[in-house]
Design a protein around this ligand. Structure first.
Ligand code: MN
Ligand code: MN
Ligand code: MN
Length: 279
């Protein structure tokens, strides 16, 4: 069985719309799929509707609800994936609106900072570029290039938007405990996304998992995209020690990236308890 519990659509920073993503998942033989856009379930909701009217092949794929929530633990920006929750929960909808608002407020602040440097209109321009998707620094970088303020995207980040630069406005994300709570309170399972992507020591990762577990978190991504066997074994061991279920996700954003292709992440070591055993 091919499972992919971490994918993005145009509802966040992915390139494929929900229907295209479904098609691709079917082509790749995925049996069980979760769309996990950043702080948004719009892609999932759209796909859920599309599935009702699509042809046979698509209908055979099982779609579960998903989201990837940004939060903070001990000063570190952490991503928590929520799976199998009640997507119609008004409580969750409200929390997601708050997350989206936080993103917009941050973008407005970036716009103000750039204005002070003599580049007005950035927020409006970036928002137009983002369209239905979430506005972020890459859109501001394009604004700067297209308005002739800098020559390249790289230069925009290097001079104005990168770490420590004027447009580097910090996010104000909720605490990890809170987002785990949100997911749990609408019947979902919380999963630590890509545990090896945070720039923290092994000791700190264990501390994160300890706190996550005591907050009610239940699973960890043992496989995130195409990764080396030693990483998979290491994460499988952590999952076992912390008695967490194991998830698998490609973190697919766009076609043409073989290390994060839909359904291509591989299968779990036998010592793992798959998170989908709960669904
Ligand atoms: Mn992303
Ligand atoms: Mn992530
Ligand atoms: Mn992701």
């Amino acid at each position: 069985m091919i499972v992919d519990f971490h994918t993005h659509t145009t509802a966040s920073d992915g390139e494929l719309c929900p229907q295209e993503l479904l098609r691709r998942a079917v082509e790749k033989g995925v049996d069980l799929l979760a769309i996990t856009d950043h702080d948004s379930i719009d892609g999932y909701l759209d796909a859920r509707e599309k599935l009702k009217v699509l042809a046979n092949a698509e209908q055979q794929i099982r779609l579960i609800s998903g989201v990837e929530l940004s939060c903070v633990w001990s000063g570190v920006l952490v991503h928590i994936v929520g799976l199998g929750f009640d997507a119609d929960s008004p409580f969750l909808r409200d929390k997601l609106r708050q997350q989206q608002l936080a993103r917009i407020e941050r973008a407005q602040l970036i716009g103000e900072k750039l204005k002070k440097y003599g580049f007005p209109g950035g927020f409006e321009y970036a928002s137009t570029l983002a369209g239905e998707s979430q506005v972020g620094r890459p859109h501001f970088a394009r604004f700067m290039v297209e308005m002739g303020h800098v020559d390249t995207i790289q230069a925009a980040f290097k001079k104005y938007l990168g770490a420590g630069k004027p447009g580097d406005v910090k996010h104000t994300w909720p605490a990890m405990n809170s987002v785990v709570d949100w997911i749990k309170s609408c019947g979902g399972v919380a999963v630590v996304a890509h545990p090896l992507h945070y720039k923290i020591t092994a000791t700190k990762l264990r501390a994160l998992l300890t706190d996550f577990k005591s907050a009610g978190g239940q699973a960890v991504e043992v496989i995130s995209g195409r990764q080396m066997q030693d990483k998979t074994q290491y994460l499988a061991q952590l999952a076992e020690q912390f008695e967490l279920h194991a998830s698998v996700g490609s973190d697919f954003h766009k076609p043409g990236t073989s290390w994060s292709e839909i359904g291509n992440a591989g299968s779990l070591p036998s010592r793992c308890v798959p998170v989908w055993s709960a669904f």
